[in-house]
Write a protein that binds this ligand. Sequence first.
Ligand SMILES: C[S@@+](CC[C@H](N)C(=O)[O-])C[C@H]1O[C@@H](n2cnc3c(N)ncnc32)[C@H](O)[C@@H]1O
Length: 256
Amino acid sequence: MADEQTEAPESSAVRVALWRAMHLEADSPPHVLEDEIGLQLATPEEDWRRRPDMDQRATSGFRAAIVARARFIEELVAEQADRGVAQYVILGAGLDTFAQRKPEIASRLRVFEVDQPGPQAWKRRRLAELGYGIPDWLHLVPVDFEASESWLEQLTAAGFDPGRPAVIVSTGVTMYLTKEATAATCQSVSRRCSRSAEMSWSTSARAREVAAGWASAWADAASAGEPPPAGVDQGAGGVQHRSVMRLMAWLRSAWT
Ligand SMILES: C[S@@+](CC[C@H](N)C(=O)[O-])C[C@H]1O[C@@H](n2cnc3c(N)ncnc32)[C@H](O)[C@@H]1O
């Protein structure tokens, strides 16, 4: 986690932004996602393409996963916006540029970007320097998931209504958090957010912690005699969020 006083992006967030930019240069069209703004925000060294983690062949799988998850989520948000959902929460937003690339959709919503204070202050400054600014429908909410503060309370103070439908996403974040912070995040959503909230996670190293977080949220609800938390199915191998299933379906349709 970044020092809270450090006004700089996390290197992990810059890396995924550069992979999204590299997708446009290294992969043949049609492109899964077109994001050049992340590169503008990041302003890497001129030789960034020669970084070992930007090796076009060696990192092609990572690049594919990064653009696929971003495209999946953007389609999910567009679909939910058409159904009247008006809140979109991006946990650990990093250099996400949905708000700048898709203002026609984003401006119909209240978009909440949650990230650590230092990296977020850096992004706020970069958006101003590039002339994007912060429109009134975009809320940058500084939160450290590892601190004792409640991210949901901070979000609510910024205008989020947990009682109303929302799309809540977290991509590429849980692997940087402790399992306690991941479980607490899952529980805040399942206990306090609208049952029609649509939640989408991407996980890797911490997949087990996310599954455990949802499992405990599910058990919690069951012991209180409530239905399972929104969007959670208990499958044979544990708990899977329905967005994972939707992602699989989307990948099948996009690449067949
Ligand atoms: C790999 S980046 C992913 C960015 C974005 N979600 C994406 O997919 O492009 C991880 C993000 O999680 C944020 N993060 C890591 N630890 C955090 C914490 N304790 N509290 C809040 N955000 C955190 C980082 O600042 C960074 O922006």
